[in-house]
Ligand binder design. Structure first.
Ligand code: HEM
Length: 455
């Protein structure tokens, strides 16, 4: 299997200019005119097409993570985790899967410097035999907020002031100070690792909690972590000023030059897993994206390694048109009830419908390696269940039910409030028994339960 088949490549470069339809272009320098001084003829097909292509060659930049660099390579399983997941690409040590990775900064524009104190995006598209899997993460293991409702407000506070178009610290601190749960990520951002030296020397994390499902249908909550084999390196503030002042694309160039020189960046993939039946045994909520899972309690388990050994052939189609979405999963990996993750499942494809338009799935970098076979539709409750070779694969039943209420918040002072809201006043009222938490009461199945049941 050639993972790059059908993808843009400089090997397609030919000696002739051609129109979009492939017809040769004999004159690319002069328009067709009536006489030597004009006017220009509308029948100059190449001129009209050339201008039309040019007029449309910019697409809107990403609303966040606009500035990024990508590279290609492979993921290789090094440790057997088939007791945890039936994902086909994790079926045995030695199995390799092609990947494309996009690293990014978050807040500033497409042409902004890569030396700013800002989280870094770390998004990987695995081209597996059963469709693509997108693991869309960051370089920090936690996030500022735990409810996607606040994401636009959070981003607006970090973006430049809408009046002056200048980023202002008071706007950021105003938002974050009203959200104490953001302090954890804040400490990462203002620690030394707040300005990574480049994209090769930084950790990656899936951040959200996902679910692994094994063949027997048993689920485990999972968090994903990437560790670079060349170690983590960062820039001090004054170093960042010098590096950024010399080259505002230093991280893009570092990635490109390293790969071109054969110095391939490599990361090891680790997971942490928690049995959902034991989620109440911790003094933190495993689905709260503002918390880490302590490694001394939930140890890192090695899974594989990722090597980036190919530069992209075309920045536009393999970076600008590249589209990741946490909703894109493969059998054996599923979402969790992590509220932030659930918001993300909607938001990415939605923004891409605007950013890339209806042709989004046709962009070369999005195309799945192997189109999953069409399955005949069966009974209603089987519609959503994944299959392999005609055999039904399990999905977690838990993800379709309201999570049972946790014990009284006063007995767990460090535990965040649940569906009752993040507002301190509500917490206290609920603790005094004045208003019930909305999430309290018996677990109830939601409307999809019958349709999505494990079969
Ligand atoms: C509810 C919370 C979030 C929302 C609504 C959200 C929304 C978005 C949107 C709209 C984009 C632009 C996508 C595109 O134009 O293709 C984006 C990009 C991105 N987001 Fe989020 N995001 C959220 C949280 C997170 C979190 C928690 C992480 C880290 C785990 C993350 C990592 C990324 C990355 C890495 C990209 C860039 C992907 C690329 O390189 O194309 N986001 N996000």
């Amino acid at each position: 299997m050639d993972p790059y088949k059908g993808r843009p490549s400089s090997s397609f470069n030919g000696p002739l200019w051609s129109t979009n339809s492939g017809a040769p272009v004999w004159n690319n320098n002069n328009s067709l005119t009536v006489g030597s001084r004009g006017p220009i003829l509308l029948e100059d097909y190449h001129l009209v097409e050339k201008l039309a292509n040019f007029d449309r060659e910019r697409i809107p930049e990403r609303v966040v993570h606009a500035r990024g660099a990508s590279a290609k390579g492979f993921f290789e399983v090094t440790h057997d985790i088939t007791h945890l997941t039936c994902a086909d690409f994790l079926r045995a040590p030695g199995v390799q899967t092609p990947v494309i990775v996009r690293f990014s900064t978050v807040i500033h524009e497409r042409g902004s410097p890569e030396t700013l104190r800002d989280p870094r995006g770390f998004a990987i598209k695995f081209y597996t035999r059963e469709g693509n899997w997108d693991l869309v993460g960051n370089n920090f293991p936690v996030f500022f907020i735990r409810d996607g409702m606040k994401f636009p407000d959070m981003v607006h506070s970090l973006k430049p002031n809408p009046k002056s178009h200048v980023q202002e610290n008071w706007r950021i601190l105003d938002f974050l100070s009203h959200h104490p749960e953001s302090l954890h990520m804040f400490t990462f951002l203002f620690d030394d690792i707040g300005i990574p030296a480049d994209y090769r020397h930084m950790d990656g994390s899936g951040v959200n909690t996902y679910t692994l499902v094994n063949r027997a249908g048993k689920s485990h909550y999972v968090k994903f972590h990437w560790k670079p084999t060349c170690g983590v390196k960062s820039l001090l503030d004054d170093e960042a000023v010098t590096v950024g002042g010399t080259n505002h694309s230093h991280a893009t160039q570092d990635l490109y030059d390293s790969i071109a020189a054969g110095n391939f960046p490599e990361w090891k993939l680790f997971i942490q897993t928690i049995d959902p039946d034991h989620e109440d045994r911790f003094d933190f909520d495993p689905l709260d994206v503002t918390k880490t899972w302590p490694e001394d309690i939930v140890p890192l388990q090695p899974v594989g390694r990722m090597v980036l050994n190919r530069n992209i052939d075309n920045f536009f189609s393999e970076n600008e048109q590249l589209a990741f979405c946490p909703g894109i999963i493969v059998p054996g990996i599923y979402y969790s009830d992590d509220k932030l993750l659930q918001t993300r499942i909607f938001s990415y494809s939605d923004t891409q419908r605007h950013r890339l338009g209806p042709k989004l799935p046709a962009a070369p970098a999005q195309r799945a390696q192997v189109r999953p076979p069409q399955q005949p539709l069966r009974r209603l409750h089987e519609l959503h269940a994944p299959r392999r070779g005609g055999r039904l694969l399990p999905i977690p039943l838990r993800s379709c039910q309201a999570r049972p209420p946790l014990p009284h918040p006063l007995r767990h002072p460090h535990r965040p409030p649940r569906e009752g809201g993040d507002c301190q006043g509500e917490q206290l009222q609920a603790a005094r028994g004045e208003v019930p938490f909305m999430g309290s009461g018996k677990a109830r199945p939601v409307h999809q339960e019958m349709d999505r049941r494990t079969l």
